[in-house]
Design a protein around this ligand. Structure first.
Ligand SMILES: NC(=O)c1ccc[n+]([C@@H]2O[C@H](COP(=O)([O-])OP(=O)(O)OC[C@H]3O[C@@H](n4cnc5c(N)ncnc54)[C@H](OP(=O)(O)O)[C@@H]3O)[C@@H](O)[C@H]2O)c1
Length: 312
């Protein structure tokens, strides 16, 4: 007989929040053979639309409509709505000691579900390490990692659920969650912001082609290299070569046309120098000379306090 945590992912599920994550998760569950019995959301129409899509028999704009035979509840609501939804759910009569409740936030820990834990529910945070837009296909769960932390029963159920989705669980502690989420945000959102900067600099250089077209092959090949090796093993370019004249030329050009980007260039180049030293490409003396060049161009922190660059 499977234990409760193991069997929770095979019993009917309720999805709360019919947005980007809730939709992909509900569709993936059904695709993998796990029924979604209820969709609860802020608006009745979005709850109904997702319920129709995944064949859920219950939909409502009130989380208190949670059916009593649902023992796995996944909150896919915005981060700032999790606490109030948890409070509202906890006020409802439900077999909480037989129920597992998770949320999909990367930023919050399971602690935010404490009103439900107080009622006897097992709780966890279940954060898919993926980016979701409204119509992201459910197949994006295949082989991704899911960051999981919570109480023992919640974690066991989360691991089983991740595997049922075709994903891989990675266990976190409440203390590690903020750093884990910081790294994930830099990998996804940081890359997007960097590409926006690249686009801006190409525009300053009067290059008309789109940045995505221009650097697509470069970025893809860099990613291929990274998959085959490590950052230390694949870094190329002027910083890795200790080419101070080229770095100074970049800084001059940026200072003339987009000075708000000089701190970003300096910060990234500093990390490139550290990576090159670790990889044995750059000796410490050359790295130190390069870092002096970079530091010289940084405005003092007080000069820079309000510098957000152009608003376009
Ligand atoms: N998007 C990502 O890339 C991503 C990745 C990993 C984790 N996450 C996390 O997943 C969670 C959901 O993010 P999302 O991007 O899916 O957000 P989203 O697209 O904005 O969807 C959130 C849904 O929650 C519903 N909702 C809002 N307040 C509610 C309330 N008080 N009660 C019930 N339902 C409520 C909304 O319903 P209505 O449509 O009915 O108004 C909305 O459809 C967040 O914790 C986020 O941090 C997001």
């Amino acid at each position: 007989m499977p234990d409760e945590a193991e069997s929770a992912h095979t019993s009917p599920v309720a999805i709360v929040g019919a947005g980007a994550v809730g939709t992909a998760l509900a569709r993936r569950l059904v695709m993998q053979g796990h029924p979604v019995q209820a969709v609860l959301s802020r608006n009745a129409s979005s709850a109904q639309a997702l319920a129709d899509r995944v064949g859920a028999s219950v939909s409502s704009d009130d989380v208190a409509a949670l059916p009593s035979d649902v023992h796995l509840v996944l909150l896919c609501v915005p981060d700032d709505a999790i606490a109030s939804v948890a409070e509202r759910l906890a006020g409802k009569e439900h077999p909480w000691p037989q129920t597992i409740v998770g949320h999909t936030s990367g930023a919050h820990t399971a602690e935010i579900l404490s009103p439900l834990a107080d009622r006897g529910a097992a709780t966890l945070s279940f954060h898919p390490l993926q980016t979701f837009a409204p119509e992201t296909p459910p197949e994006v769960f295949e082989d991704i990692f899911v960051g999981i932390e919570g109480d023992a029963k919640g974690v066991a159920a989360g691991k089983a659920l991740a595997k049922a989705l075709g994903a891989r669980p990675v266990e976190l502690t409440p203390q590690s969650k903020a750093l884990y989420h910081c790294a994930a945000a830099l990998a996804s959102n940081g890359l997007v912001a960097l590409m926006a900067v690249v686009e801006e600099i190409f525009a300053e250089a009067d290059v008309e082609e789109s940045a995505a077209e221009l650097v697509g092959p470069l970025v893809r090949q860099t990613w291929n290299n990274l998959e085959a090796s490590s950052p230390e093993g694949v870094l190329t370019g002027p910083v890795a070569r200790g080419d101070r004249a080229t770095v100074e030329a970049h800084l001059d050009a940026l200072t003339d046309t987009a000075p708000h980007l000089v701190p970003l260039y300096a910060a990234l180049s500093t990390e490139m120098a550290r990576t090159s030293v670790r990889g044995g490409q750059l000796d410490s003396a050359s790295a130190e000379k390069l870092l002096r060049v970079l530091r010289k161009r940084l405005p003092s922190s007080s000069d820079n306090a309000d510098s957000t660059g152009p608003s376009h």
